[in-house]
Design a protein around this ligand. Structure first.
Ligand code: GNR
Ligand code: NI
Length: 206
């Protein structure tokens, strides 16, 4: 058996990370500082994020609770690190099945399988506030990632979770949900967003 070259800079947290706050809402409540969410068109949202490596332990431990806090407050069901200005392949997700927290930390997530069958659902994005559109994607997705303890995990998702995971991994590659629409629809949404952001700025008098 050879050495897996992917392991040379695998995310490997110190032991303390595995017993520190995971970013569940219990420990990311009001005590955790929230982060500013970047709004399109911000160039950071268009950059390809870099893999989380062995040296990113402290950064990830700091960032994850803040990302959960930011996501729950928004509220949203997912948040990718580039949306809060960090170009790392890291995202958090919580669909709150039956209203109960179910936080997922995705480190270096990869799509390892997509169904041929497609599904269309309405998507929104915290980086395009107030904008929604029907997006067609593979109905089911198999994702490989590491959790916050560095353990390799796989999820086979369908429904909203499948869409959300694909949406978050898109963010890590600089892709936004509007990129899955026609140019006409994308331009309409980007112009409407710019107008609404301008309006909001003018209302506050900045
Ligand atoms: O809150 C969100 N809702 C959502 C709905 C359908 C498909 C994807 C999403 S993710 C989004 C939060 C977000 O912007 N994540 O990057
Ligand atoms: Ni988004």
């Amino acid at each position: 058996m050879g050495v897996d070259p992917g392991d040379t800079d695998r995310y490997m947290p110190a032991m303390s990370a595995t017993i520190s706050p995971t970013g569940s809402p219990i420990d990311s409540n009001d005590t955790v500082e929230r982060l500013r969410i970047l709004i399109a068109p911000d160039p950071v949202l268009r950059a390809k994020a870099r893999p989380v490596g062995a040296g990113d332990d402290a950064l990830v431990r700091d960032l994850v609770p803040r990302m959960f806090s930011t996501m729950y407050h928004a509220p949203g069901i997912g948040l990718a690190a580039p949306q809060v200005g960090t170009g790392l392949r890291l995202a958090v997700v919580d669909l709150m099945p039956d209203e109960k927290p179910h936080p997922i930390v995705l480190i270096n997530p990869e799509i390892i399988g997509l169904s041929d069958e497609l599904a269309t659902r309405e998507e929104g994005c915290l980086s395009l506030p107030g904008q929604y559109a029907d997006v067609t994607r593979p109905a089911r997705a198999k994702i490989r990632y590491q959790d916050q303890s560095g353990t390799r995990q796989e999820i086979e998702a369908d429904g909203l979770l499948a869409a959300c995971l694909q949406h978050e991994i898109d963010h890590l590659d600089g892709v936004l949900f509007v990129d899955h629409l026609s140019n006409l629809k994308r331009n309409m949404i980007m112009r409407r967003l710019a107008k609404e952001m301008r309006q909001k700025r003018d209302d506050v008098g900045r």
